[in-house]
Write a protein that binds this ligand. Structure first.
Ligand code: CP3
Length: 347
């Protein structure tokens, strides 16, 4: 007999089967906008939390219970994979994550270790197992990782960046080193996601959060082959596990994201859903795409904007409601609940 999550709204939508209502979850649904998360963080720093599988499981599960969303996402961070690859990772309280020894040259690329397996990331697999074990059977668990470009951008810049000057400079001046870097990241990410699936994740999302800084030609040339390698490896590993391919910032990339892979494309708020769907084509599902800042408005306005977002794709199989990027820390919890309820009110 198939497990209950196989028939869940999210897994059906991911297979582009009709659902009785629209599934919804939110990127960064477990985070600082939740008072109970902030309370936990007063006792424990972020990296220590990420390395404590039991607490990660509790955070993910409690969030799903509180919000009534249709999927849990693993509680972890995108950048943890870079630690066992040889980069020192810190979360210094403000200003975002920092990498202590960034990649700036072909020589640095050579010292980046390819992830052989889950050595040094065992706590992530354990967090997946414990989250799966503690979730109700009917709710799927989404594993995740960064796409090669976004991980490379962090590895090269050493932290967040406005213009990705160092990343683009490596890409344009030393294409050989660039390909070596993205190749190593792509193979590592594929193994990392396969390990999450083995440990009990029902679906995976690949975040290419920063790739929108590129034009379409550069994406096709410098990035697409490496992202495609991740999705092809996953398909070869487990064809039946849905993969969500998410990016932000540049609607012109949408057809290329679809080409690179993933059965569902995650889109930001810059394109209306119907335009995004036309761009990625009927063979793909779609996830998104309310502007996270709309959740700072009143619950009535949130409901209006949710209806406006969904109306054009209503009744189309393969749609998963979400934000266009992560929940902002300033968001009132009741506004997140208003969004979830507004989606659930749709037939
Ligand atoms: O509910 C969830 O989605 C929890 C799991 C999750 C986190 N980060 C926890 C987290 C996920 C899926 C991520 C993804 C992530 N992390 C991305 C891709 C998504 C995106 O937002 O584009 C990126 C780029 C990162 C790297 C990262 N981690 C940044 C830039 C920051 C600092 C900025 C910020 O939002 O805090 C983090 C920290 C982080 N990751 C927190 C959480 C809950 C906050 C840490 C804290 O408690 O202070």
């Amino acid at each position: 007999m198939l497990p209950a999550w196989h028939h869940s709204l999210l897994m059906k939508a991911a297979r582009r089967e009709p659902t009785r209502r629209i599934p919804v979850w939110l990127m960064r649904q477990a985070g600082r906008y939740l008072p109970e998360y902030r309370a936990l963080r007063r006792q424990l720093d972020f990296l220590a939390l990420c390395k404590d599988p039991q607490r990660c499981a509790e955070v993910a599960i409690r969030t799903v219970e509180r919000l009534g969303v249709d999927a849990a996402i693993l509680f972890s961070d995108l950048l943890l994979i870079l630690e066992p690859m040889g980069l020192g990772l810190e979360f210094p309280g403000s200003g975002g994550p920092r990498l202590r020894n960034p990649i700036r040259s072909a020589f640095d690329v050579d010292r980046l270790r390819e992830l052989p397996g889950m050595d040094g990331l065992e706590f992530v697999a354990e967090a997946v197992r414990r989250t799966r074990a503690g979730l109700p059977d009917h709710l799927p668990l989404i594993g995740f990782a960064g796409a090669p470009f976004t991980l490379a951008a962090y590895a090269v810049e050493g932290g967040p960046s406005r213009d990705y000057r160092l990343t683009k400079s490596l890409m344009y001046t030393d294409p050989g080193a660039w390909d070596a870097l993205l190749g190593r990241l792509a193979r590592s990410v594929a193994r990392y996601l396969a390990a999450q699936i083995d440990a009990g994740a029902q679906a995976v999302q690949v975040f290419d959060s920063w790739v929108g800084c590129l034009g379409a030609d550069d994406y096709r040339h410098y990035v697409l082959p490496h992202s495609r390698a991740v999705f092809q490896a996953l398909q070869a590993f487990r064809m039946d596990v849905p993969a969500i391919h998410f990016a932000t910032g540049n609607p012109a990339l949408l057809p290329l994201l679809g080409e690179a892979g993933g059965s569902i494309i995650g889109v930001d708020w810059r394109s209306p859903l119907e335009d995004a769907w036309r761009a990625v084509g009927d063979s793909k599902g779609l996830q998104g795409n309310l502007d996270p800042a709309v959740l700072l408005a009143s619950p009535a306005e949130i409901r209006r904007r949710v209806r406006q977002m969904i109306e054009p794709v209503r009744g189309r199989a393969g749609y998963i409601a979400n934000l266009g990027h992560g929940v902002l820390p300033q968001t009132p919890v009741e506004n997140v609940l208003a969004m979830v309820d507004a989606v659930h009110e749709f037939e």
